[in-house]
Structure formats: structure tokens, C-alpha cells
Design a protein. Structure first.
Length: 472
């Protein structure tokens, strides 16, 4: 169990427990049995990374520049950073309660008292007016630790905001990388389509030449043209996907699309998925996930809130005082006779409040129990996500290996069927099928390549890669 969890359990048992209904779920127990490591295959035998900028393993300068810009300009990240500052100021406000409160007053007052309210004959009404200058102080002495408990809660919430910022950064980096991979997939498919269009155009010429020579029918020509035009028809859709993906990247980078087209329109190969196979998934990587860290600090904050609720049963010691001067004439304000002061230490204790404090404490305990459940659920989801990402990545690698063989055989099938057709030994229908299979299988291989890269990115995201508390 981590040091933070141990610390707030000490706080929890330091105050007398309150009776409440039985908790549900885990029964208020923190599940802290994260698997020490995953070792499905030789691909996963992890150590803590020296450099957590996982996107650099793609060896793609364009992606590196996009992520560097995104972490500075993405609006979700910027808003998360502002929430950190808000939480920090709230922490400083809570700590300010350790200091006394001072009020400076300067005024003039005039009053008239009735002389007809006394017993017997009425007397002359009295009128008084005077100037006064005073400094009032109120200071709550933290004898019972109320201010300390509130400060501890605000510090935990401040740490939550830092973890949420780290989570936002992890998501931003992963989304930029995933969107970039999608862009390169669409561009690769567009390039394959244009290459096939050129090849199919030559085959149309072959069928037309054979028809003119009386060696083939018009049916062969129309079938060749159907394949040719159907492939050309895929280009507008791919171009639209490329355009919309660049738009999505521009939003992630907090800029307008026109600033992105020149940088991204050039078609470049997809990164090598085999060069970025992770070399480890230890428990420490999973434990630094921002949502796990945030859940842990939320649990600590709720434990502090329970401590605050219990301390409301204790008295409050306040030191009140004032010092000042008052005089009928402003020139006499600073004479010895005009000096005034009061000192009033006060111990106040609310002995009955209609059971509201007890109900508040019970609700605070249930809130803490709920945060325990949330922590346990977050850990379980984290383990499940990492396990799923590893499985997806492994499956994608095997799929790529098999599809690579399928594409190679599809290419040979097209070459053989076209050669046999030109020699008049095979019908053109075999060429049509070979063309369609070759194009489909190449696109499938590109898609599988993209899925492997996205699974790799998702694995780094599931491990909280790229950002942790040291980045802040």
C-alpha cells in the first residue's frame, strides 16, 4: 500500500469512529494488489523508462513537433492548467486561516439619548459625537486541528488537480498521435489507390488493344473500365477523410486548419510499428497513471473531510482583540486619555445543533467509502485497459504478418492472371478478381499497420505515459 493511503488511514483511525450503515462493494477496503508485471510474450518485459516521451520512438519529426505544440496550445490542457492554479489559490486561502484577521476602522459618530426615559421628571436629552480610529483582530487558535485538517484537504485537492492536468496531457498526446496515424493511413491508402489506378489504366489499354485485334470482346473492356473507375471513385472519399483529419489535428493543436495543410499534405510512410514495441510494463508504471493518482488523492481528501466533520464536535478557541483611540475632537485622538483596547479570548462550543453535525459526519464517512470504491474501480479498470491494449497489439502484429503474405500472393496472382490473359490462356474475369483482391488486401494491410500503431499508443496512454508529477 502506498505511503499516501497509509497516511490518511492513520488520520481516519485517529478520530473515534461513527456508526453508520454497512458499506457496500469492497466494504471500505482499498484493493492494492496491482499485478507486478505482465509477461505474455517476449515483447513485454518492462523497466521504468529513462525518457518517458514515448512518441519519440516513432522517429517522426513531424509528430514530435505536433505534440510539442499541442501540449502548449491545446485548450483542454490549458484549462486543466488553470484549474491547478485555482486549486493552489484555494490551498493558500485555507492556510491563511493560521494567521489573524485584522480590520482597520476610521469613523465619526453622533448620537442623541432621550431624557424622558428615566424615572421621575424628564431630564435634558444628551447629545454626543466623537471621532474614532481602531484596529480589530480576530484569531482562531488551531488547538484542535480544524485549520490543519482543512489545509490538508485543500492540499489533496490541489494534488488532484495536478493529476487531472497530467491526465489531460496524456490524453492530448495520445489523441494527437492517434489522429496523426489515421492521417498517414488515409494518405497511404490514397497513394495505393493512385498506383492501382495507373496499373488499371494500363490493363484497360491491354483489353482495348486485344479487342481491336479481335482477340477479346467488349465485355473484357467494360470489366476493366469498371475496375478502373471504381478505384478512381474512392479518391474523393479518401481526400475528404484526409482533409477532416487535418481539421481534427488543428483543433487538438489549438490552431486553424489552414496553418496545418502545408505541413501535412505530403505523403510519408507510416512509422515502423516493430521499432516501438515496449520493453516493459511494471507495476510502478501503472501506479503512476494520472487517474489512479487522482483517485488516491480524492480518497485522501475525503478522509480529510471526514476528519473536519468530526472536529466540528470540538470547541473553537478564538482570540479577539481591538486597539484604538476615540475623542470628541480630532486633535485629541492621539492623547493618552483617548487610548482604548479590549482583549477577549473566547472558547465556544456548540453542544447541540439538531443532530446536523452528526448527519454531516455520517455523510462524510459515506463519501469516503465511495472514494474507496472509486479507487478500487479505477485500479481494476487500469489493469483491464493495459491487458486489453497488450492483447490488441499482439493480435495486430499477428494480423500484419499474415496479411503481408496475403498481399504478396495477391500481387503474384495479379501478375500470373494478367500474363495468362495476354496469352489467351485465361478469361479476363480472373484478372478482375485479382485486381480487386490485391487492392483490398493492400488496404487491409495498411489498416492493420495503423491499428498496431494505435494499439501501441493506447498502451502508452493506459500506462499514463508521457506525463507524471515530475513533469509539473
Amino acid at each position: 500500500m502506498s505511503k499516501t493511503i497509509k497516511a490518511f488511514w492513520v488520520l481516519f483511525f485517529a478520530v473515534a469512529p461513527l456508526s453508520a450503515s454497512e458499506p457496500y462493494g469492497s466494504g471500505g477496503t482499498v484493493l492494492d494488489t496491482i499485478p507486478e508485471q505482465w509477461a505474455y510474450t517476449e515483447h513485454f518485459n518492462q523497466e521504468m523508462p529513462d525518457n518517458d516521451a514515448w512518441w519519440q520512438t516513432f522517429a517522426d519529426p513531424v509528430l514530435d513537433s505536433l505534440i510539442n505544440e499541442g501540449v502548449r496550445a491545446n485548450y483542454d490542457a490549458v484549462m486543466a492548467l488553470r484549474r491547478i492554479e485555482i486549486a493552489r489559490q484555494q490551498l493558500l486561502m485555507a492556510r491563511a486561516a493560521y494567521m489573524p484577521s485584522l480590520d482597520l476602522g476610521l469613523g465619526w459618530s453622533k448620537s442623541r439619548s432621550s431624557g424622558a426615559t428615566v424615572h421621575g421628571n424628564p431630564v435634558q436629552a444628551s447629545v454626543s459625537d466623537y471621532f474614532d480610529v481602531g484596529l480589530n483582530m480576530s484569531w482562531e487558535i488551531d488547538v484542535f486541528g480544524k485549520i490543519t485538517a482543512k489545509s490538508r484537504q485543500k492540499k489533496d485537492l490541489y494534488n488532484v488537480s495536478k493529476a487531472e492536468y497530467a491526465a489531460a496531457m496524456v490524453t492530448v498526446c495520445a489523441n494527437i498521435a492517434k489522429t496523426y496515424v489515421s492521417l498517414r493511413v488515409y494518405q497511404a491508402q490514397w497513394k495505393v489507390a493512385t498506383e492501382h489506378i495507373e496499373s488499371q489504366k494500363r490493363i484497360v489499354g491491354i483489353t482495348e488493344a486485344r479487342m481491336n485485334a479481335g482477340l477479346a470482346s467488349m465485355l473484357d473492356v467494360t470489366q476493366a473500365r469498371v475496375v478502373y473507375y471504381s478505384t478512381r471513385a474512392t479518391l474523393p472519399g479518401l481526400e475528404s477523410l484526409i482533409h477532416n483529419t487535418i481539421n481534427s489535428l488543428s483543433v487538438l493543436l489549438g490552431t486553424y486548419p489552414e496553418n496545418m495543410y502545408a505541413r501535412l499534405e505530403k505523403v510519408v510512410p507510416l512509422p515502423d510499428y516493430r521499432a516501438i514495441v515496449p520493453i516493459g510494463v511494471p507495476v510502478d508504471l501503472l501506479r503512476r497513471r494520472p487517474d489512479v493518482v487522482a483517485a488516491e488523492y480524492n480518497l485522501a481528501a475525503s478522509a480529510s473531510a471526514l476528519g473536519i466533520a468530526k472536529k466540528e464536535f470540538l470547541p473553537t478557541l478564538t482570540l479577539n482583540g481591538s486597539v484604538g483611540t476615540a475623542a470628541h475632537k480630532i486633535g485629541n485622538l492621539f492623547t493618552n486619555s483617548s487610548f482604548t483596547y479590549t482583549i477577549a479570548p473566547t472558547l465556544s462550543w456548540n453542544v447541540f445543533s439538531g443532530m446536523s453535525r452528526r448527519h454531516n459526519a455520517v455523510a462524510a464517512r459515506q463519501q469516503m467509502e465511495m472514494q474507496i470504491d472509486n479507487y478500487n474501480l479505477t485500479v481494476l479498470n487500469a489493469v483491464s485497459e493495459v491487458d486489453g491494449c497488450i492483447s490488441t497489439f499482439e493480435s495486430a502484429i499477428r494480423t500484419i504478418d499474415m496479411l503481408g503474405q496475403v498481399v504478396e500472393q495477391s500481387r503474384k496472382s495479379l501478375e500470373l492472371s494478367l500474363d495468362l490473359y495476354k496469352r489467351g490462356l485465361s478469361p479476363f474475369n480472373n484478372v478482375v478478381n485479382a485486381q480487386l483482391d490485391y487492392l483490398t488486401n493492400q488496404n487491409s494491410l495498411i489498416s492493420a499497420h495503423g491499428k498496431a500503431l494505435n494499439a501501441q499508443i493506447a498502451l502508452y496512454e493506459a500506462l499514463g505515459g508521457g506525463w507524471n508529477s515530475s513533469n509539473l
